[in-house]
Design a protein around this ligand. Sequence first.
Ligand code: ACM
Ligand code: ZN
Length: 535
Amino acid sequence: KEIVAYAKERFIEVIPEIELPGHAVAVLAAYPQYSCTGGPFDVRHVWGVSDDIFCAGNDSTFSFIEDIIAEVAPLFESEYFHIGGDEAPKVRWEKCPKCQARIAELGIKGDAEHSPEEQLQSYFIKRVEKMLLAHGKKMIGWDEILEGGLAPSATVMSWRGEKGGIAAANMGHDVIMTPGEWLYFDHYQCDPKVYPVAFGGYTPLSKTYGYNPVPQELAQSRHHYIQGVQANIWTEYMYNEDQVENRIYPRILALSEIAWSALAKKDYPDFLRRLDNQRVRLDMHDINYYIPIAEQDSVPSCDFIAFTHDATLKFKTTEPVKIVYTTDGSEPVIESAEYKDSLLFEVNTTLKLRSILASGKMGDIRTITLERQKYAPATEKTNVVNKGLKAEYYKGLARKISDIDQSNPIETEYVSVPENIKYQVHRYDEPTQDDYYSTVLTGYINIPENDVYYFSSLADEVWIDDKLLISNEGEVKRNARNDKSIALAKGYHKIKMVRLSATFGGMPPLWYGASISIRASGDKDFEVMDESYFK
Ligand code: ACM
Ligand code: ZN
């Protein structure tokens, strides 16, 4: 009530979303009788999509949901009510006698496009729609509610691209466009290598601004069904409010314009010009908006650049801003040298860069270490048996390298690539105590020629030639941010990788195996190191 009133004073209408039939483990933990299996369940500690959803065969599930709607609906003044409907796996319904009895009772047969269980979801949503209508509310659902037949009065939120929105509009339903590619603000807005960990994707400001919510393929006569847009800001990779603000702003300014300006009036250069003023307003509200960061041009950014003779670095930013830099270790300020075209380095240097906005406000400092190296000599390979990498496993939770006793593995085997290590957990399943195993991998990598190589991994540590190269200790293991380069001579080099077993920032590394990627100095992209490197 307080939130609704606070928002209303500011001309904002809050629409609730009560998620069903999926994303409901927190409910099922308290009320396991509304699940298919009866539980017990624990509230999830990690992000993800759970197989356990509301049981569609149980009438008491529906009276429970009806009670919730009856209690929640009056709190909100909006005529709309969002019921979710997304990401509801059907594996429990396929096995559940009650759900299967419901399918039989309803005579649901499935068809070429939809399984009986997807059609059962349609039944579920339509039943909830009736409850909402009885409370004078219009139902919104994610585009999965199209599966198996749309509820008659539903408004569809198209999130998995625009397809669902187009289909719904063609069926005469209202649509809210929120496709991930343009409107998911949990996506990166710059090079992931220079930004705190985020979900993924790449949605810089220009991309959001360029979105037209009325799809070209939609006939003119259907355009009015596109009611508007929504951006989503799922916070599973946002650990404080500053990060939330940083991902919302300034992209939400572009959202306003694609929602409220006629297409013919859109003008990105003019938007950028106005953005300078908007940023000053945001400063007055103390909002932590994203300030473009100097990114390396044409290659993934890296904060540790090895070179053998010299190195030329080129930078860009996602929006045109001035970049200043220093090479003497001092903090760059407005008066520092301005970056123009490229920078050439021939000696060890600490390069510090930052953006300067038109207002004079300065962005965060990016520090790059440049190190002149000789090619590290190759070594003799001593495990001549070519078994790949030795994998040593350590049972239990380990949050820090020092939490494992590396002299005392409980199990050892050989794997052809790091991805094949034994202890992994199916993506999005919550690890149990018994699942936690740390891994130490040791062996050799075969380097094809003398060059500077960049390495990227989510392993907690990567050692090459007995020297620590990459440390990701404490990082959320999602997108590697601590890449490093090293000059290596052709031939064999020792490698060691450590993958700790714990949950960091809600994400278990156990979901992602333990790969390592390599990029030679002249290459534009990393490639995952396959078994040819470890032979
Ligand atoms: C969604 O992002 N699962 C709607
Ligand atoms: Zn069931």
